[in-house]
Design a protein around this ligand. Structure first.
Ligand code: GRF
Length: 189
């Protein structure tokens, strides 16, 4: 059985999709830790399922956050999954888990990516640019922000009447499926 950790900062709907896929037998892995860089709903979702959690406040740890996360999760997991995790990983954790860290981003990378490009801001930028389609991307995490090798992408249409919230909802529905597919693909090599 593969062992993974999930890193979060927000509502945790992608985490919920992963936990459901494990319960349904679609994913052959166990979540050993759910780690957050702030108090958030995702941590409550994990606690409800009896999963070990840790909240490491990014304001308190600053540049030590990544090292502290590594100390909590150890060096023997098979995969780290970032879903809505807003802090940037750096240092030893990137070496220990090289090609074993994945992140989901709510656009068709490399478009609408980089520092400050998260949440509704991404969808606002997509609409402002007049894009006819958008989507989501799962990629490996490297030293950059949203720059790692792409694993999977899913496209969705952008409708004329879309608000940023409408578009974010349509993309999020696809994210819940794509993150499960990507974990399966990476763990099964
Ligand atoms: C998702 O849209 C993800 O792509 C982005 O942050 C959001 C997290 O949503 N990085 P949730 O916390 O999984 O509901």
């Amino acid at each position: 059985m593969h062992k993974i950790a999930v890193l979060v900062s927000g509502s945790g709907s992608n985490l919920e999709a992963i936990m459901d896929a494990i319960d349904d037998g679609k994913l052959n892995c166990s979540i050993e830790f759910v780690v957050a860089d702030r108090s958030c709903l995702a941590i409550e979702r994990a606690k409800k399922r009896g999963i070990r959690t840790a909240v490491l406040d990014r304001r308190g740890f600053g540049k030590e956050l990544s090292q502290r996360i590594l100390e909590v999760i150890g060096k023997d997991l098979d995969l780290l999954v970032l879903v809505g995790f807003l802090s940037i990983l750096e240092g030893e954790i990137l070496k220990v888990y090289k090609d074993k860290i994945i992140n989901i981003h709510p656009s068709l990378l490399p478009k609408f990516s980089g520092k400050g490009m998260y949440g509704l801001r991404v969808h606002e930028a997509v609409l402002k640019a007049g894009e006819k389609e958008s989507g989501c991307t799962v990629h490996f995490v490297d030293e950059g922000v949203d720059t790692g090798r792409i694993i999977l992408q899913k496209r969705v249409p952008v409708l004329e009447e879309d608000s940023p919230f409408d578009l974010s909802k349509r993309v999020l529905e696809e994210e819940h499926k794509l993150i499960v597919e990507a974990i399966k693909k990476v763990l099964e090599g």
